[in-house]
Write a protein that binds this ligand. Structure first.
Ligand code: ADP
Ligand code: VHF
Length: 444
């Protein structure tokens, strides 16, 4: 597409798009069309990454097991068997069109360390620069709860943010997000454009297909992560993957030729879209009015994205503990000062220096509350890398920095946290259940 900027596009396929829900046979027509679409996107000059679920589903078929086992070791064994078949299937399908692919298997631990995160980023870039399509999955064989992304929707959003993707497609077995589950509610209404995800009103509480992990709720979490990192996130139906091409071309046509990869003001002003699933034959770049797009949900990207170091800090490592800080310390951090020990009210967890912790703002109390604490109303606001270990912060909390030397016998820094090691959540990208998590920490 002459005149259009090449985009980086991540396409995530859920298990429901890769294997038949009942027979667990691979859905070859869908896989073939995805391959065709990805190669067309490459021909249009775009960089393409596929996040493919399905290892466990393919493993079930391979071993003639009917039901997803509950036991972790059995699941991990099935994933190992299935991943091998899955990647060879992708490789052979892409090979027909002489498109090289690469397998990348990740756990959260692999990128929780900043240097390893950079290594992963460099590998993706090296592959994409050579025109290779990386095919990503969670490394299920190694991942246990503590080091798991947990679902591939989240993995795909973190991948999209890591490689500064322009678009993330979450391909699934429904056309789009509805106001309630369309499987059980025939009157469910489609939601086409979401410009403020924190104000989204949709019931996503019911589970999805029997093999899928998160249903629609993990797609909303992925959309929160993706859009906060500046990635336009799209939910679309996988049974017609050609739609990806139509949507990409439509969105490109909406942009002015001079626009950059970051979202333009135009991308945020939405007009109603005409729809059809017919394929498009394009010889010259069309205008958006010439194009029709299939039903999908589009989550618009933040105009002020969180990227790189801050995104990594907020969303990649699992926090090792919690620092409870008062509102004065919170204000100082917002005003770009570091966190002094005097502003720390409480400490939870057993973390070491330079590990990542949750930052929770609390209100101080004059006397202990019902839980015996001298604070109340906890609200998680961000993440930070600490200069001191948990046991040390417990001793210096509430004190002036000049006292650190006397209390600990040494003073590495006047700050518990340096300002550049703090990341604050945006309203739209906060953890979905912060209060429950924090209250749980209080009860423990
Ligand atoms: N509000 C909703 N809108 C659309 N789908 C929903 C909604 N709530 C729940 N779902 C369910 O989510 C399913 C997709 O999730 P899932 O089966 O986990 O897909 P995948 O395997 O593609 O990740 C749909 O089939 C649908 O039943
Ligand atoms: N990593 C797992 C899939 C996990 C997952 O998130 O599945 P899904 O909800 O279908 O995207 C597998 O390959 O079987």
């Amino acid at each position: 597409m002459k005149g259009n900027k090449p985009l980086t596009i991540v396409i995530k396929l859920g298990t429901s798009s890769i294997v038949d829900e009942k027979t667990h046979e691979p859905l070859l027509p869908i896989l073939t069309l995805i391959v065709d679409t990805a190669v067309k996107l490459r021909k249009d000059g775009h960089r393409v990454v596929i996040v493919s679920s399905g290892a466990i589903g393919v493993g079930l078929r391979r071993m003639d097991v009917e039901k997803r086992p509950k036991h972790l070791a059995q699941l991990q064994a099935l994933a190992a068997i299935g991943q091998c078949r899955l990647i060879s299937l992708w490789d052979s399908l892409f090979n027909h069109l002489r498109q090289p692919v690469a397998q990348i298997l990740l756990t959260r631990n692999d990128i929780a360390d900043r240097t390893r995160y950079h290594n992963a980023q460099n590998t993706f870039n090296a592959l994409l620069e050579q025109g290779v399509i990386p095919i990503v999955n969670e490394n299920d064989t190694l991942a246990v709860a503590e080091i798991k992304f947990g679902d591939n929707d989240t993995l795909s959003a973190i991948t999209a943010a890591m490689i500064h993707a322009d678009m993330l497609f979450l391909m699934t077995d429904v056309d789009c997000l509805y106001d309630k589950n369309p499987r059980t509610n025939p009157d469910a209404q489609p939601i086409e454009v979401v410009d403020d995800i924190s104000a989204l009103q949709a019931d996503v509480s019911s589970a999805g297909s029997s093999l899928g992990t998160g249903g629609m709720s993990t797609k909303i979490i992925a959309a929160r992560l993706g859009t906060s990192a500046g990635v336009t996130t799209i939910i679309a139906k996988s049974s017609n993957p050609g739609n990806v091409l139509n949507i990409v071309r439509y969105l490109q046509a909406k942009r002015k030729p001079s626009s950059s990869s970051s979202p333009s003001a135009e991308d945020h002003g939405e007009e109603s879209l005409s729809r059809s699933t017919s394929s498009l034959k394009l010889s010259t770049p069309p205008s958006s009015e010439d194009l029709s797009v299939p039903l999908h949900t589009r989550f618009l990207p933040s105009e002020d994205p969180i990227r790189d170091r801050h995104f990594w800090l907020l969303h990649t490592p699992n926090p090792h503990g919690t620092l409870y800080i008062d509102s004065g310390a919170h204000k100082a951090l917002i005003g770009k000062a570091g966190l002094l020990p005097v502003g720390v009210v409480d400490v939870k967890g057993n973390f070491a220096q330079q590990e990542v912790v949750r930052l929770v703002v609390v209100q101080r109390r004059r006397s202990p509350g019902p839980n015996g604490k001298l604070w109340e109303n906890p609200e998680e606001v961000g993440r930070a890398i600490v200069n001191y270990a948990a046991a040390e912060i417990s001793r210096i909390k509430g004190h002036q920095s000049v006292d650190i030397q006397d209390i600990l016998g040494y003073a590495d820094s006047e700050y518990v946290v340096h300002r550049q090691h703090v990341g604050f959540f945006r309203r739209e990208s906060r953890p979905v259940t912060p209060t429950r998590e924090i209250n749980q920490a209080i009860v423990e």
